[in-house]
Ligand binder design. Sequence first.
Ligand code: ADP
Ligand code: MG
Length: 365
Amino acid sequence: GEMERRRLHNTIQELKASYNGNIRVFCRVRPLVDGGLSKHIQLPTNDIKTITLAKTEESHTGKTADTQKNYNFSFDRVFGPAASQQEVFEEISLLVQSALDGYNVCCFAYGQTGSGKTYTMEGDEFDVTRGVIPRAVQQIFRAAEKLATQGWEFTFTASFVEIYNETLRDLLYTGKASKRPEHEIRKSANNEVTITNLTYEKVSNEDQVLGLIALANQNRSTAQTAQNDRSSRSHSVFQLDIEGVNAGRDVKCKSTLCLVDLAGSERMLKSQSQGERFKEMTAINGSLSNLGIVISALANKESYVPYRNSKLTYLLQGCLGGNSKTLMFVNIAPESDSFGETLNSLRFASKVNDCVIGTASANRK
Ligand code: ADP
Ligand code: MG
């Protein structure tokens, strides 16, 4: 029927736009703080899919010339430092749209602290620099209004959680700090994931969601003052559950839009990571690498997908896999002292892109 037709139309559009099935990887380079040009990052003007990191090895003897080593990567799309939030969103709006057609959609921002993940996902307070979350929400509500004229009725439910050291925290909690409940991830018989004691807020317009984002930020900064720089060491997961009914045509659809600002991917020096820091580092490295393993297991259609190896993938189990569409941003910082981290991030992302991260069976316990 109508749903099938719309689905088919979107699928064809996306096949045209992408060669990489249900997983896409976009790279985004943050501008230098002083606005100058990065020396080691090269973005060809005639190719919007490649990025090169150039490393110059100085000759110490003076007898030989300096050598240059190039690391080339290609992704579904590479955004340079001049790309606006609007330009970036245009490339993913089709993906967001498919959440209303019954597809689960997951979008992640991966990269070291300071590389632009939060800017990409949330943006800042100005209208033109709004990020993916507010733009996606705006698009969804506008599209739902249009579909309402064709008999569709939608229900939207928002939730916002933080995962810190493999522990969940409700970012929409408004009660007393001393009464903050603990949370567990539960999977129902029909494979739906819910979190116990979590705030699930019914929303029906953009402003309500913006209010929830503000509340989440407030909740995050309270935890932040108690623990310096905590937000860079936790994942934050915004979910919008969408249910649509068209009584006249007797059709229903159900999906989740999931937008994730991941913990900083930087490796800490062993000497810096003792006690609490060591626990954090282990939790972050574990969940980020497991995310890569899960995505590649899904892409390779492996029979076993190790969702349960981390809270992040367990929580996202319902919206990764199956008919879902996944997009990963790899955010990179242009400063030359970030060269090593940038190379690590691009390597991780290109493995996700090629779906060759380990194998699910190798990780089986
Ligand atoms: P992360 O969340 O990865 O730690 P942020 O998103 O906080 O990094 O970005 C670090 C700083 O750089 C912030 O001040 C942010 O506003 C700025 N920034 C990041 N990306 C961009 C961009 N594309 N354009 C302009 N400023 C940016
Ligand atoms: Mg951030």
